[in-house]
Design a protein around this ligand. Structure first.
Ligand code: ZN
Ligand code: ZN
Length: 447
């Protein structure tokens, strides 16, 4: 028997513990569904064509288990067609599983967080069943799901859907296993410990997470780099991040994920999205890198040290106002790298009268770049500098968005300008950044 039925045609869950089946918007739902099912039964329609499936344990295990409805002593019941599906519901939780649940709750409590096991969170017309739910800092909720060797060879099949549903409803999914084959899957942020007996899991000693947590190595893609460029064969001169597997203690993972100092991250390599946990500091650096991979994202101190020094040294871009205007000065062509294939009429950027460069604003900076690009770059740099000065999580998230938008604006403008002028986009970007960030350098000198 099961209390939750999935109606495959209506695409709704029927909660048999509630008079209205959890759907006050459909009066008389039970009568309709029950009578239809009885009618099918009388006509000999096979259960697999009667639209009712187990929506609980079986569905979570990725099994389509067909059911029929009955009334027993006035009680509504849904019955599995097959006895082995029924058994799935009565299978006792393993001692190891229970030991994990208890350990998570104990460790969370020691860290000052509350938690509970077998939590059902109602969301809209259905719900989320969580193995062990930890209420973390700032409203953070970590939904632990423990899947051990006893769970079966194929493993849970709807992991991505379940994890996504949890995430969408404010629960960070945390799936833990002792099976290497589950841990290799990318459907959620799996963590793995070795297969251990319950009494070891229950103990307070070290319980190590051997996969699922990484540290990010940030490096410059030049001839001295240890790793190949993820974007191609050649050295691109930009900065990349490479995740490296690092052990973490299970208790630390429980507490730090609740505190928000260890967070899940998505990491794309080729066509594959990898999912794992990193420190919040690494997560921030990765976000910074994604916004601008031409500079090394600054390292952050651990969260504890954070409070000690609120004022990080920052490299503030010099405002344009400090520039000595040089009216009438010949614009240096050397400042603008030109692609060999560009037609002669377009190479003479400096010599051509401003009016003929119709597609871009005629106002040119002394570097040869349009003033508009300069000011967009300055805005982005200011936003970035501001981000570096902030320590508060909320403020940083907001400022990171501001910076990203500014960075996108400047990148779009650079692309358009380079296309219009048939210049090498990468070199335009380099010149622009150098001009804004190191204004003392004579224009074009470093090219
Ligand atoms: Zn079932
Ligand atoms: Zn590279």
């Amino acid at each position: 028997m099961a209390n939750i039925v999935w109606h495959t045609k209506l695409r709704i869950y029927l909660d048999l513990t509630r008079d209205d089946l959890g759907h006050p918007e459909f009066p008389g739902l039970w009568e309709t569904v029950y009578r239809t099912d009885r009618l099918y039964a009388a006509r000999g329609v096979p259960m697999a064509e009667r639209d009712l499936q187990c929506g609980g344990v079986c569905q979570e295990a990725g099994v389509e288990a067909w059911m029929h409805l009955r009334l027993r002593a006035g009680r509504r019941e849904a019955v599995h067609e097959k006895a082995e599906d029924e058994q799935r519901h009565t299978l006792p939780m393993s001692d190891e599983h229970k030991a994990y649940q208890e350990r998570i709750l104990r460790v969370a409590e020691e860290g000052g967080f509350k938690g509970a096991s077998e939590v059902r969170t109602r969301v809209g017309r259905s719900w989320i069943q969580t193995d062990t739910l930890v209420e973390g800092a700032d409203g953070r909720r970590i939904g632990w799901e423990v899947q051990l060797s006893s769970a079966g060879v194929h493993g849970p099949r709807s992991v991505r859907a379940r994890a996504a549903k949890a995430e969408k409803n404010g629960i960070t999914p945390a799936w833990h296993t002792d099976r290497a084959d589950y841990a290799r899957r990318n459907d959620t942020h799996w963590t793995r410990s070795n297969n251990l007996p319950a009494y070891v899991i229950a103990k307070t000693g070290d319980l190590r997470v051997v996969s699922g947590f990484r540290v990010l190595d940030f490096w410059r893609c030049d001839v001295r780099a240890l790793y190949p460029c993820p974007n191609g064969v050649r050295r691109c001169g930009r900065f990349h991040a490479t995740p490296k597997v690092r052990d973490i203690l299970f208790d630390d993972l429980v507490r730090q994920s609740a505190a928000g100092t260890v967070v899940p991250v998505l990491f794309r390599v080729g066509g594959t999205t990898h999912r794992f946990w990193v420190t919040h500091a690494d997560h921030d650096r990765l976000e910074d890198l994604r916004g601008d991979d031409t500079q090394l994202p600054p390292a952050r101190e651990p969260e504890d040290a954070f409070r000690a020094s609120r004022n990080r040294p920052t490299c503030r871009p010099v405002p344009l106002a400090t520039w000595a205007p040089q009216p009438g000065r010949q614009l240096p062509t050397a400042g603008m790298p030109i692609q060999p294939a560009a037609p002669a009429s377009e190479t003479a950027l400096a010599q051509s009268p401003a009016g003929t460069q119709a597609s871009f604003r005629p106002a040119l900076h002394q570097s040869g770049l349009p003033e508009e690009l300069i000011s967009l770059q300055q805005t982005a740099d200011e936003a970035h500098a501001q981000l570096q000065r902030l320590n508060d999580h909320e403020e940083r998230s907001h400022q990171r968005r501001v910076w990203r938008e500014a960075a996108v604006a400047v990148q779009t403008a650079v692309t358009q300008y380079a296309m219009t002028k048939r210049l090498n986009r990468y070199e335009v970007e380099e010149l622009l950044r150098r001009t804004v960030r190191h204004p003392r350098t004579p224009p074009g000198a470093a090219l």
